[in-house]
Design a protein. Structure first.
Length: 184
């Protein structure tokens, strides 16, 4: 019985983690190093993540600073940032690369909120899937007479409580991100 509850909770935890990672990549008009996580740089004949060829830090609210470990990789980093289609033009001084984050238009903000809602709905679907799997396992245990009907009822209620708690967290995270995006 505990195994079914743990399995459901694990699935829901993973969905919440995916949501957080997905939302971290949504650009909210602020500088966030996570928006460069998917940028891959062709360096020395190998495609590597940006964070393996340079450090990425936040200069201020609208500025990311990329400091390459090797200055020879600056052109490759600039090319990779441009190819990532982030809507940001890299500016290099031969030592570091600056990425000035432009302010978002109202139309772009609404599009980003729509993206956030899609991430949120995906997370909710995954959480519901975790609940479904936990419930099915519990019903199998009851069918095999490993737990009683009363134990099944209590366990199903517990799975529902866990589900509700995770859905509430998704709604809170989503609302916070939407407010951040719509903030001018």
């Amino acid at each position: 019985m505990d195994e079914a509850l743990e399995m459901a909770k694990d699935g829901m935890d993973k969905a919440l983690d995916r949501l957080r990672k997905g939302l971290a990549k949504v650009r909210a008009g602020r500088a966030n190093p996570a928006m460069l996580d998917d940028v891959r740089v062709d360096s020395y004949g190998v495609s590597m993540p940006l964070n393996q060829v340079a450090t990425v830090s936040v200069g201020d609210a609208r500025l990311l600073i990329i400091k390459p470990y090797d200055r020879n990789t600056i052109p490759a980093i600039e090319k990779a940032v441009n190819a990532a289609n982030l809507g940001i033009n890299p500016q290099s001084d031969g030592i570091i690369i600056r990425l000035a984050i432009p302010p978002l238009t109202e139309e772009r903000r609404k599009g980003l909120v729509k993206q956030v809602k899609e991430h949120s709905e995906d997370a909710k679907v995954a959480i519901r899937q975790g609940r479904r799997e936990g419930n099915e396992l519990l019903k199998e245990l009851e069918k095999d007479r490993e737990i009683s009907e009363d134990q099944l009822k209590k366990a199903l209620e517990k799975v529902q409580e866990i589900h509700d708690r995770f859905i509430k967290q998704v709604d809170e995270i989503t609302a916070k991100k939407e407010a951040e995006i719509m903030e001018v």
